[in-house]
Design a protein around this ligand. Structure first.
Ligand code: DHB
Length: 377
C-alpha cells in the first residue's frame, strides 16, 4: 500500500493485490511503534496528518528488572530523536484512504496465486479474484505478501539462502480498554519471564507477556493474566498496573528469518516476505517501510533515466539494514526473555547486562539509537 502510494507520487502506475478485505485489514491489530524515520516518511509523503494528531511521541522507554525501573532517554542519547506510537492498522487505513482518493487500484480479497516469467521483460502474476483465476502482466512485481505468501518461492530454491532462528517462547498479547499505567513503554525481565506494557491511545492499552509457544488463549482467563502481569511487573516501590477490560487476546509466535537475496529478475521482495524479526524492539513494520522506501526510489530512478543501478543494488542495500535490525531484535529478545527457567546463571548474566545498559551512557546509546532507528541505515 505504501509502495503504491510512493509510486503514484512519482507518476508510476501500480495495482495492489490484497488477500484480505478492507475491513479485516483495518481491524487487525498489529504492531504500534514507528521509528523516527518511519514517522518522518509518512509525514513527508502526505499520509501523516492523523498520525500527528492521534499518535503519541515517546522520547524514551523503561527497562525494568530486579524490581526497579531504569529509563533509556532517546532524546538525550540520540540528539532529540523519538518514536511515535500509532497502530499499524491505522497507518494502513490512512494509506488505503490516500490511494482510493487518487483512484489507486487496490483489489481487495484478491490473493496472488503464482508468479511467472520473472526473468523476462514482462513478468506475470496469477491471482484469485471472485473465485476466478486472473492474470496481470507488468514491468515489476513487488512481493509484499508476508511470510506465508507465494512471492518468496518466486526466487528459485537454488538461487536463495534462508537464515532462521526460532525461540522457545511466544508473546501473549492483550488489548485493554482502560487508562495507561505508564507514560512510556516498559520492557521487563522477571524470573517468570518477559513482559511489556505498551499502549495504543489514552483509552486502549496493549500488554504482552512471554508464554509457551504451544499455550492457548483459552488457558488464560482475565484474572490469571492480571496476576501474571502484576507479578512480573512488581517493583520495590509498589508500582501499580492499571486494570481495565480485556477485549482481545492473542499469541504472537517468535522467529528470526532472512531470505537472501531479496530480488530475482523482476521480483523484489519486501517486508515479511523476505524477513521476520521477533517483536522485541518493534522493528517489523519499520523494516518493511525501509525496504519500500529503497524500492520506490530505485523504481523512480529507473523510470526517469532507464538506469538499473539502484534496482540492481536493492537487495544489498536492504539487507544491510535488515541484518542490523535482526541483530538488535535478537539481542533485545535474548536479554529480556527466560530461555530456561531452571538456569539461574542465565538470569544473573541477563540482569548484569541490563545493569550495564542502564548505567553506562555508551551502552544505553546502543539501545536508544537502534530503537529509534538511527543506527540501522
Ligand atoms: C509493541 C510491540 C512491540 O514488539 C514492541 O517491542 C513494543 C510495542 C506494541 O504492539 O505496542
Amino acid at each position: 500500500m505504501l509502495l503504491s502510494h510512493l509510486l503514484h507520487l512519482e507518476g508510476i502506475a501500480s495495482v495492489v493485490l490484497e488477500r484480505r478485505s478492507r475491513e479485516a485489514l483495518e481491524k487487525t491489530v498489529r504492531a504500534g511503534v514507528l521509528e523516527h524515520g518511519t514517522a518522518e516518511l509518512l509525514k513527508e509523503v502526505g499520509v501523516g496528518e492523523r498520525m500527528e494528531r492521534e499518535g503519541s511521541v515517546h522520547s524514551g522507554i523503561e527497562l525494568r528488572f530486579g524490581g526497579r525501573g531504569h529509563r533509556i532517554d532517546f532524546a538525550d542519547l540520540t540528539d532529540g530523536l523519538s518514536i511515535t506510537i500509532y497502530g499499524q492498522q491505522e497507518v494502513v487505513k490512512d494509506l488505503i484512504q490516500a490511494r482510493l482518493e487518487t483512484d489507486g487500484q487496490i483489489l481487495f480479497e484478491a490473493e496472488a496465486a503464482s508468479l511467472h516469467d520473472l526473468d523476462t521483460v514482462s513478468p506475470r502474476v496469477h491471482f484469485q479474484n471472485d473465485g476466478e483465476e486472473e492474470e496481470i502482466s507488468c514491468d515489476f512485481v513487488a512481493g509484499c505478501d508476508g511470510f506465508f505468501g507465494v512471492c518468496r518461492d518466486g526466487i528459485p530454491e537454488n538461487a536463495r539462502t534462508e537464515y532462521e532462528r526460532t525461540y522457545p517462547f511466544a508473546w501473549f498479547g492483550i488489548l485493554v480498554e482502560g487508562p495507561p499505567s505508564t507514560e512510556e513503554l516498559i520492557y521487563t525481565l522477571h524470573d517468570r519471564g518477559f513482559s511489556l506494557v505498551s499502549t495504543r491511545n489514552p483509552e486502549i492499552q496493549r500488554l504482552y507477556f512471554q508464554c509457551d509457544p504451544a499455550d492457548k488463549v483459552e488457558n488464560w482467563p482475565d484474572e490469571r493474566i492480571w496476576d501474571e502481569l502484576s507479578t512480573r511487573l512488581a517493583t520495590h516501590d509498589g508500582w501499580e498496573l492499571a486494570d481495565g477490560n480485556i477485549f482481545q487476546k492473542d499469541i504472537v509466535q517468535m522467529r528470526s528469518f532472512v531470505c537472501e537475496p531479496m530480488q530475482y529478475g523482476k521480483l523484489f521482495l519486501a517486508g515479511d516476505a523476505a524477513h521476520i524479526v521477533p517483536p522485541t524492539g518493534a522493528k517489523g513494520m519499520n523494516l518493511a517501510v525501509a525496504d519500500i522506501q529503497v524500492l520506490a526510489h530505485a523504481l523512480a530512478e529507473f523510470y526517469r533515466s532507464g538506469d538499473t543501478g539502484l534496482l540492481d543494488a536493492y537487495s544489498e542495500t536492504c539487507l544491510h539494514r535488515v541484518w542490523r535490525a535482526q541483530r538488535f531484535s535478537w539481542w533485545m529478545t535474548s536479554m529480556l526473555h527466560r530461555f530456561d527457567r531452571s538456569d539461574p546463571f542465565q538470569l544473573k548474566v541477563q540482569q548484569a547486562e541490563l545493569g550495564y545498559v542502564t548505567s553506562s551512557r555508551a551502552a544505553a546509546t546502543t539501545i536508544a539509537e537502534n530503537y529509534v532507528g538511527a543506527a540501522l541505515g
